[in-house]
Design a protein around this ligand. Structure first.
Ligand code: GLC
Length: 498
């Protein structure tokens, strides 16, 4: 071999070696980064773990807090608010009633024609309006005037056969899904905002008074006959269809529960004397907190940066407003510390709440072999193009961790209520058919099937086979709106005349 040929062979060999070394280094680096990303994910998964023992501790803590919240004002993070609903719908309600359902980024106005025992709901109509974001953090008059205008428009569309009796004022059930300290069935003051609302001048105010003033300003005549939380509306709507309903849970933008308490269990300081042997309690369980909750650094950060730091901790790890943002936060850490999406951090990933829970749910429930939905959500929402299947699979796993933790904790919460009611065990003499029904409503439960399935199977796991047969989770679509109309009917000013 000539000198030139030898030199060329050596140079070539060196180039190949260098290239190979580069590839190896690149592979090592990227496998190192991948390992780092996996370590972040594994650590998160460990911290989110909800083994059955932990869930039992959460359920026990929930029961203890329920007792404490009832026993004294401020005795617990659970407010255990008296709803003044001591007579749940019977099915006899009749007439035309309106409802206003306010509690998220949309509100609904409804009109329901009730036909008494035999006919039940004869007809219902509704309209849905989304609240411009600036009104959620503006002033009270701005929000209530906007709602009153929508009510006015809706009343104007009353069709054939859907008018109140001549000479009677229209009556409204107002579902206001925030913590309210009630002073009667149709009055109460707002304790604080939750779920991204922050209108300072409304806190402490009588919400019925605020709405009534706004209706006067815009010129629509409706009398608020009942003010209820969405949990109370759902319980009332559920009871109307099924006498075995004992509790209601909302899993939507926010989360909360209400249940039927024995009147004797309500201490005197509440200042109410239930007319019947029962009183419905709005737990405001979104504000539950316990050392047993599996909280991670991402949850703490989300809380600190929220509009209500230190509050609604249970809600912040369970409900629809927050789940997508927890996923985003973990992805951001994986992007920053392990270059999960390449050497730059996708700027959109830094925007709070950009990844909504419905998008998370769509990714989590993607059944296509190449996880097409995950790919397109990443591209459309976070502007991350061309993700590998491996990356997409990790994202599905992350969604699973976050959703399953929320679902299992909500099951533990329900167990806590059943314990308080003494319905977590079968007692001797319990009739075979005696069921305890929990009415469930909210978009998270309704649309995020993996979440609802996990919640229901966890509850079964917690209760055991025998008791599970007596406990029924009943989905109640829009029970809260109808429930409010029903409660307006049972608190109508014209009741005596009937
Ligand atoms: C929030 C509210 C609560 C409501 C729940 C579900 O937790 O504080 O009143 O019931 O969301 O909408």
């Amino acid at each position: 071999m000539g000198k030139v040929a030898v030199t060329a062979a050596v140079v070539c060999g060196a180039t190949v070696c260098a290239a190979a070394a580069l590839i190896v280094r690149h592979r090592m680096q990227s496998s190192g980064k991948w390992a780092k990303a996996m370590a972040i994910l594994d650590d998160f998964e460990d911290k989110c773990a909800t083994p059955i023992g932990k869930l039992r501790q959460v359920a026990d803590a929930m029961t203890v807090e329920m007792h404490a919240g009832l026993a004294s004002e401020g005795g617990s993070k659970l407010k255990m608010l008296i709803s003044y609903v001591d007579n749940l719908p019977t099915g006899d309600e009749d007439g035309l009633f309106y409802a206003l359902d306010l509690g998220g980024t949309n509100f609904r106005v409804l009109r329901v024609l009730l036909g008494g025992k035999d006919k039940h709901v004869i007809k219902q109509e509704f309209d849905e309006v989304s609240i411009p974001p600036h009104l959620m953090v503006g002033n009270s008059a701005g929000l209530f005037d906007f709602i009153a205008e929508a009510l006015k428009k809706f009343v104007a569309t009353e069709g054939e056969g859907l008018h109140p009796f001549a000479g009677r004022q229209r009556e409204l059930g107002f579902t206001f899904s925030f913590p309210v300290k009630q002073s009667s069935i149709a009055s109460g003051s707002l304790i604080k905002w939750t779920k991204g609302f922050s209108i300072e001048d409304a806190v402490g105010e009588d919400v019925v008074g605020e709405l009534t003033k706004a209706m006067e300003r815009v010129g629509v005549d409706l009398r608020v006959a009942a003010l209820v939380n969405d949990t109370i509306g759902t319980l009332a709507g559920g009871r109307y269809n099924n006498p075995d309903v004992v509790a209601a849970v909302i899993l939507g933008t926010g989360t909360n529960a209400a249940y039927v308490e024995r009147a004797q269990a309500i201490p005197k300081w509440h200042g109410v004397l239930p007319k019947s042997g029962e009183m419905v309690i709005n737990m405001e369980w979104g504000n539950f907190r316990s050392s047993h909750l599996p909280l991670t650094e991402y949850d703490h950060e989300l809380d600190l940066e929220s509009l209500n730091p230190g509050e609604q901790i249970f809600e912040k790890i369970i409900s629809g407003m927050y789940l997508g943002d927890i996923v985003r936060r973990v992805l951001l850490k994986m992007a920053e510390e392990a270059e999960f999406f390449g050497d730059t951090v996708p700027p959109k990933l830094r925007i709070p709440f950009i990844l909504r829970t419905p998008d998370m749910s769509a990714m989590h429930q993607d059944t296509s072999s190449d996880l097409k939905v995950v790919g397109s959500k990443l591209k459309d929402i976070l502007e991350i193009p061309n993700t590998s299947l491996k990356t997409r699979k990790i994202i599905v796993k992350l969604c699973d961790i976050v959703a399953v933790r929320g679902a299992r904790l909500s099951a533990a919460g329900i167990l806590g209520i059943l314990k308080k009611l003494g319905r977590d065990v079968t007692r001797e003499g319990d009739s075979e058919k005696q069921k305890s029904v929990v009415a469930l409503d909210g978009g998270l439960f309704e649309h995020y099937t993996k979440f609802s399935k996990s919640m229901e199977s966890t509850l079964k796991e917690l209760l055991g086979e025998e008791v599970s047969e007596h406990i029924v989770i009943e989905q109640s679509n829009d029970g809260s709106g109808i429930g409010a109309a029903l409660l307006a009917a049972s608190h109508s000013q014209y009741l005596e005349e009937c």
